[in-house]
Design a protein around this ligand. Structure first.
Ligand SMILES: Cc1cc2nc3c(=O)[nH]c(=O)nc-3n(C[C@H](O)[C@H](O)[C@H](O)COP(=O)(O)OP(=O)(O)OC[C@H]3O[C@@H](n4cnc5c(N)ncnc54)[C@H](O)[C@@H]3O)c2cc1C
Length: 174
């Protein structure tokens, strides 16, 4: 029996039920696969992230790589916003400072911070003492600036206009 004969021989109600089931399964699979990965940050509470790699970039600058809960997790930090990091200074006092990760949400499973450590800096002390396996308490996202696609282009146009205005003023003087 060829497939068309087989389909025609089926009860129309069974056929309808099977079609509905197929549509539901396909729709569920589509929704599941297109569901946006959820970020790992909590704006109200600090969450701990494990330091998995530390790379010294210069005498006082280092790159810190932190692991996210799963290999497919994203940090969930919108462009233009930052995070608050909590640590302890050399006196053991709690200190909270803002930092901007150098990674984006297209970097999955981890995020990185590039930190300049000042000799007397309070949070700098915390980062200087951090070793692989230690945890950093992070809260966020923070910041009022929300980047919208195309904003950079508009900013570029504005700067170009200001630049030509400055040029024409300069040329007008001579
Ligand atoms: C939105 C935002 C994002 C940021 N992102 C980053 C980032 O990605 N990476 C980064 O490295 N920084 C970043 N910063 C800066 C960061 O928040 C801290 O200000 C920086 O790390 C210094 O903090 P600290 O506690 O170590 O230094 P502080 O204790 O605030 O000291 C600052 C300066 O004062 C000097 N100082 C402190 N105590 C004394 C003292 N007793 N006598 C003399 N001098 C002293 C220190 O040497 C240093 O030069 C960001 C800041 C903002 C606002």
């Amino acid at each position: 029996m060829n497939p068309m004969d087989f389909i025609e021989s089926l009860d129309p109600q069974i056929l309808l039920g099977a079609s509905v089931a197929v549509i539901v399964i396909v729709a569920a699979a589509f929704l599941f696969s297109s569901k946006k990965a959820k970020g790992c940050l909590d704006p109200q509470n600090f969450k701990d992230f494990k330091l998995v790699k530390r790379t010294q970039l210069s005498h006082n600058v280092a790159k810190f790589k932190f692991e996210l809960p799963t290999s497919s997790s994203i940090l969930g930090l919108p462009i233009g916003q930052h995070i608050s990091c909590r640590g302890k200074d050399s006196q053991g006092e709690e200190i909270i400072k803002p930092y901007t990760p150098t990674t984006l949400d297209c970097d999955v499973g981890y995020f990185e911070l590039v930190i300049k450590m000042y000799p007397q800096g309070r949070m700098s002390h915390h980062f200087r003492e951090m070793r692989v396996g230690d945890h950093l308490a992070v809260k966020g996202p923070k910041g009022r600036f929300q980047y919208e696609p195309g904003q950079l282009e508009r900013l570029g146009c504005l700067l170009e206009a200001l630049e030509s205005l400055q040029c024409s003023r300069f040329l007008g003087q001579y």
